[in-house]
Design a protein around this ligand. Sequence first.
Ligand code: 3PG
Ligand code: MG
Length: 396
Amino acid sequence: MPTFRTLDEADLAGKRVLVRVDLNVPMDEGRVTDDTRIQAILPTIRAITEKGGKAILLSHFGRPKGRDASQSLAPVAAAVGERLGAPVAFAGDCIGSDAEAAVSTLAPGAVLVLENTRFHAGEEKNAADFVQQLAALGDIYVNDAFSAAHRAHASTEGLAHKLPAFAGRSMQKELEALAKALEAPQRPVLAVVGGAKVSSKLELLGNLTAKVDILVIGGGMANTFLAAKGVKVGKSLCEHDLADTARQIIATAASHGCEIVLPVDAVVTKTFAAHAEHRVVPVDQVAEDEMILDAGPATVALVKEKLKGAKTVVWNGPFGAFELPPFDAATVAVAKAVAEATKAGVLLSVAGGGDTVAALNHAGAAGDFSYVSTAGGAFLEWLEGKQLPGVEALRR
Ligand code: 3PG
Ligand code: MG
């Protein structure tokens, strides 16, 4: 029996189903520019409507302080309707008479989006009276917003205690993939962690050294580790004040039998710009006026070698300045290698985090990973080993 109740166990026919989704999608001039999160919730909406349930979608959008027309979910509701290929109603508030009226007119199988939950202070405070007002609109609660599950808000956490609660399809898929990647993985597990700063990923690195067999560190944060080992990194992004911390992480990893892999060569330049003049050097040959913007080909070969033995890969963060070609080369090459091994059926690969998904999409590799999380912050907190309130509240 799974730890969570899923939609398969829910009695949906004729029920008012409050579904927490994450419609916090990127928009430009009223248009959705990336509909990944909308696509992700369609199976849940369909599962509810096909059984004659009334799907009432709840979501935050942005970080408004009170009601703010520029942060309305109305245009997103329209985009949901387009993707779903069915009418989607919209109510101008998520509680009170507007919401109640909209809910009361819903026929079985209909879909309604309620206005931004963060227009009410009670949402982020998880205030009992606000939870109660939301709960009055539904018979059961479904959470399909893993990417907001690190927030203990009324619609992500409070409601799960007020109504019979179930994990939606996307939440279920996400939890199953994450469990396979880190809770009960096939070993060896190799983690790729990149990105700019060690300081923003301290807890994550700490947790991973205890759980994975090989930890590949890339991106700007690798420079901090190299510098801590006495390597001169020139003008590279580097948190010199974290040298002790980096050495501690290396020591902790050793005590857990986790092998840390750092870049052995680097692509260096004097100018932070796309197509800037550059050269490839061993990491100990970076000149004083140069900065590292990518890992070099020897590093890529080394990581590919490590990948050969791995059964599971967890990926967060790029290797280099992937948005500035040609400094995307290491990220692209390693991402492709992971994608190929996954396609060949010898590797389970899970990736997540905002930048990461952009980097893997850029590499054309995201589609071949076993699972790419829709989450940014929630994925990071999960990698840190933290309990996510929205997930915990769903446990049986
Ligand atoms: C996200 O976009 O990461 C989620 O929707 C959570 O948004 P938040 O960081 O504003 O809580
Ligand atoms: Mg966020």
